[in-house]
Design a protein around this ligand. Structure first.
Ligand code: G4P
Length: 195
């Protein structure tokens, strides 16, 4: 998505450790007109799928999922993150390991909001190692709902997540795939842009 790539090049900041900061428009301050374009692009890419629910994860997936949901005319459910170990009751739950934060946490979704008959699109802002997305796919499977695919705003193509998710047979649509970034020169290479 050219508009998004241009914005990342203009306003993204490359930090040490291959971190791309996009908090001026994506995951702290949010540019809602850009989000609307992103939502329409997800809708275009998944036009053939009869999505009836969007599933994301707190925190920064929620904004983009909500705006995308306007294009699909479907509700959004967000998985909650909790460190509680004794989760009981009517929830689907699985564990997610965060490499970045070096911890394991539980994600939960109430059984009331996900189940057989649902056609679910996963939406998130970043795909890095892919553990969060894998956890969401697990919850969808456990619920008996159908996983239609996953829409990601920025995939870090040099980390393992994209390959892992695709190898699981999940249809993955990433609107910008960063192949490499250079902290010193500020250069960002996107997949498809290599000459
Ligand atoms: P993953 O396996 O789910 O891909 O997660 P990973 O541990 O690799 O990344 C941890 C968190 O850091 C994730 O957010 C992810 O979106 C975010 N992240 C990874 N790489 C980058 C990056 O280059 N730039 C930015 N801005 N974020 C990155 P999270 O912990 O789920 O937090 P949040 O959604 O509550 O913000």
């Amino acid at each position: 998505m050219q508009l998004l790539k241009d914005r990342i090049r203009r306003d993204g900041k490359i930090k040490a450790g291959n971190v791309l900061k996009v908090d001026s428009f994506l995951n702290h301050q949010m540019d809602i007109e850009l989000f609307q374009e992103i939502g329409r692009e997800f809708r275009r890419r998944f036009a053939d799928a009869e999505v009836n629910k969007i599933l994301t994860i707190e925190a920064s997936g929620i904004g983009i999922a909500c705006v995308a949901a306007e294009s699909f005319h479907v509700p959004v459910v967000f998985a909650k993150k909790t460190q509680t170990k004794n989760i009981a009751g009517e929830v689907y739950t699985t564990k997610v390991e965060s490499f970045t934060h070096g911890r394991v946490y539980d994600i939960i979704v109430s059984k009331e909001f996900l189940g057989r008959g649902d056609k679910v699109l996963l939406i998130d802002d970043f795909l890095a190692n892919g553990k969060a997305l894998e956890g969401l796919a697990q919850l969808v499977g456990d619920s008996g709902a159908e996983l239609v695919g996953a829409g990601i705003v920025i995939e870090k193509g040099f980390q393992a997540g994209g390959e892992r998710i695709r190898s699981l047979g999940i249809r993955l649509e990433s609107l910008a795939i960063v192949e490499s970034m250079d902290e010193k020169t500020g250069t960002i290479v996107f997949r498809g842009d290599e000459s």
